[in-house]
Write a protein that binds this ligand. Structure first.
Ligand code: NAG
Ligand code: NAG
Ligand code: NAG
Ligand code: NAG
Ligand code: NAG
Ligand code: NAG
Length: 441
């Protein structure tokens, strides 16, 4: 239902803004989303929520602001990495995979500056005494897959189709114009590499610098410690607005536990995150939902419930809960501070880059979306793989404006905001004295 409503508003906006050539609208029956393919079926609207591969800015559907003479001059863009293997494991992981995970076509290079370009491949040996704990095949936990890399390359290509070819903000893919920062997770810099390759296939044989922060204080994930934020979240996950949905879905949870062997595990009981992750990672790669060794399987209808609950939980924690905005600001304030700096640099004419690209995680995207106020328009959904937020700066005569684009579509209310107002919005998400507030309890 959420998806349907969201889509309707997107459609209304598209009508308002664009040509008469908006696609036909018959297909609104089951618009909740796609969870089993990186390709959205052609009879769905192009910007349908697709958990496996979010819609993003692309030349075919890009809407130029209806402001004569305006020129795109700068942008910051934040994306989630693309599809990967599960990040969470069942206690008896091996038996819950009908097919092995195959990553042998994704070469993982890592060679600290030497000239031998070594790469590694994960192998699960069939003689390993702990084989029951892990799936068969050549993929590690949480690893970008070849399919994920291909989606990243396509994403970069679409980025270039707009910001390189259509609008000519960028003339070539080089490190002077494009700043890239990722988290410290391998899959995020692999996605950065895939996107850069998609922007310029000739780059494929060159090196390109990507900035990371130290893992313990990285603001992208985010991974800096903030006990105050943890306490706020614990409190709002202890009230009926949260606990009711766990109680109401207790029979679903019991069925999942019986099939998957997760009974009594706290990490699987406090929210549906791990079920969501372990199901979607499989379905996005055309693996079946888990079946156990005595033939008990997760039903498609139960998976669909988990997907809906996942949306509810993400929206609650980062957007709808009482104190969610404080929680969001404390945990993402450092990243908002970086955005403030970038746009201030741009305003003062000192910004050296034309584009800044950040590759993060679902937790980065949901916090950015919430802090920018996207959740005030409609409930936020679990940020899909490849989810994208672009903050474009446009120049019109002597003034600068910012437009925010979410999953390829301009955001209502943020289509044309004076740059100063946008900086004020970003600044409003940065708590004063964040280090000491985080450590005050
Ligand atoms: C994906 O799921 C939908 C809805 O359950 C189904 O109609 C479709 O055939 C599935 N597609 C693939 C590629 O499995
Ligand atoms: C995983 O490997 C083990 C040991 O070779 C084998 O018994 C089992 O059938 C394999 N499972 C799958 C899903 O291929
Ligand atoms: C894994 O995928 C690669 C590339 O598609 C293929 O060549 C290889 O045979 C696959 N390995 C297995 C064990 O299926
Ligand atoms: C929100 O924060 C206020 C102030 O600390 C507190 O009184 C209230 O109980 C919190 N609400 C929830 C749901 O945790
Ligand atoms: C399960 O959780 C969802 C999401 O909060 C809620 O809408 C639904 O009413 C709950 N109960 C049942 C029985 O599905
Ligand atoms: C498999 O799942 C069914 C329920 O779907 C359960 O009754 C059974 O105990 C499970 N088997 C194992 C080995 O976990």
């Amino acid at each position: 239902m959420v998806g349907y409503l969201q889509w309707l508003s997107v459609y209304a906006l598209a009508l308002l803004w664009s040509s008469p050539a908006v696609e036909s609208v018959e297909v609104i029956s089951s618009i909740e989303g796609v969870y089993n393919s990186s390709r959205t079926p052609a009879n769905f609207p192009w910007n349908t929520y697709n958990y496996c591969n979010a819609p993003h800015v692309n030349a075919k559907h890009y809407i130029i602001p209806p402001v004569p003479g305006a020129k795109l001059v700068y942008l910051n863009m934040v994306v989630r990495h693309h599809k990967r293997t599960p990040d969470n494991l069942y206690p008896q992981e091996n038996e819950l995979n009908a097919v092995p995970w195959n990553c042998s076509d994704l070469r993982q290079f890592s060679f600290g500056g030497g000239t031998t370009q070594i790469f590694h491949e994960t192998v699960t040996p069939d003689w390993h005494p702990f084989l029951s704990k892990f799936w068969n095949g050549t993929c590690d936990e949480g690893q970008l897959t070849q399919g994920g890399l291909e989606d990243a390359v396509a994403h970069g290509k679409d980025f270039w189709s707009v910001y390189g070819q259509k609008l000519r903000l960028l003339h070539s893919v080089n490190e002077k114009d494009i700043f890239v920062r990722t988290s410290t997770a391998t899959r995020t810099f692999q996605v950065a590499g895939g996107m850069l390759t998609g922007m310029d296939p000739a780059l494929a044989r060159q090196s390109f610098p990507v900035v990371t922060q130290p893992g313990t204080i990285d603001s992208i994930v985010p991974s800096y410690s903030c006990p105050k934020a943890d306490a706020i979240r614990d409190a709002f996950q202890s009230v009926p607005a949260w606990t009711d949905h766990l109680e109401a879905n207790a029979s679903l949870k019991a069925r999942l536990d019986a099939t998957l062997g997760t009974t009594g595990l706290a990490d699987w009981a406090s929210w549906y995150d791990h079920f969501f992750d372990t199901f979607t990672s499989r379905t996005c790669h055309s693996h079946p939902l888990p079946c156990n060794s005595t033939g008990g399987c997760v039903a498609e209808a139960d998976a669909a419930k988990v997907f809906a609950i996942g949306d509810f939980e993400y929206n609650y924690i980062w957007n709808a809960a009482q104190n969610a905005s404080t929680y969001n600001q404390l945990t993402f304030g450092v990243f908002f501070q970086e955005l403030v700096q970038n746009f201030k640099l741009f305003r003062s004419g000192e910004e050296k880059f034309k584009a800044r690209l950040f590759v993060g995680h679902d937790g980065s995207m949901i916090r950015l979306a919430s802090g920018l106020g996207l959740g005030k328009i409609s409930p936020l959904r679990w940020p899909a793989l490849g989810s994208e937020i672009v903050m474009e700066a446009w120049q019109e005569k002597e003034s600068n404006f910012v437009r925010v684009i979410h999953e390829g579509t301009p955001v209502k209310g943020l289509e044309w905001m004076p740059l100063d107002d946008f900086i004020t919005l970003l600044q409003s998400q940065v708590p004063a004295d964040i280090l000491s507030v985080c450590n005050s309890t």
